[in-house]
Ligand binder design. Sequence first.
Ligand code: DAK
Length: 260
Amino acid sequence: MSYNNILTEVKEQVLYITINRPKQLNALNKETIDELSTAFNKAESDADVRVIILTGSGDKAFVAGADIKEFADFSIEQGKQLAAQGHEKLFNLVENLSKPVIAAINGFALGGGLELAMSCHIRIASDNAKVGLPEVTLGVIPGYGGTQRLAQLAGKGKAMEMVMTGGMIKADEAMEWGLVNHVTFASELMEKADELANKIKKNSPVAIGKAITAINAGFKDGINGFDVEIEQFGLAFGTEDFKEGTTAFIEKRKADFPGK
Ligand code: DAK
């Protein structure tokens, strides 16, 4: 499948998705959101994909936000409708994907760009990265889950400060805030993402999917995360991955998980 705004490549069970609008600092227009949605949906059902690494093209930006030129003349109704669609199409899709998604933040991650990174399961930033939610400088608020996910990751006080000031913080500070898991030299960013992907892909894909479901459950309204954990834990016992994992341990060999 060919796309206009993203590049995709699968290598050794890792899908690399690169947002490819470097002249616009990879800003998310509607077509890019649609293409990302298609790529993530395809990855979910592709048995050859075990981990996904998402990054931006060029050395300046992961994503510098939603495409301001596109949303500049939206009405109240369009704003609400597009926010709801965007959540469903991309941001919640990524967060709830059963396959791990690593954001490799290679520069600016602003507004919708940081919101996209925060939807991913793990974030790594290059040392030149700058992140922020500058929406209030444009007269809007974060509309792709930023008010919620930033508070979950960094705490309410930090979220209030970042959203109200509209300011950016550097990679090291983002790590102190708990917004990113690792900071690397820019030249080593993809290497670090690959290192994590390689560790993850050795493990049971089915168990990983269940763990994502259980961890996410604790952040959803009206759902008891402990109950979901118990449910998912029990279900794991019925999987081929569980049989393979335990058999391999007893036979003193490395597990080769079928992902079923
Ligand atoms: N949208 C469109 N174009 C952008 C862009 C963006 N977000 N960010 C950068 N560009 C474009 C610039 O216009 C410029 O294009 P040309 O003028 O060359 O045609 C090109 O990328 C290079 O940018 P600069 O020349 O500005 O580069 P600098 O190095 O000088 O500055 C910068 C880099 C990242 C500091 C600066 O570009 C910047 O401040 N960019 C805007 C950051 C920002 O405010 N992002 C938007 C946050 S608001 C919605 C839901 C959510 C949202 C919207 C709608 N709905 C549900 C409807 C979310 C909104 C946001 O993300």
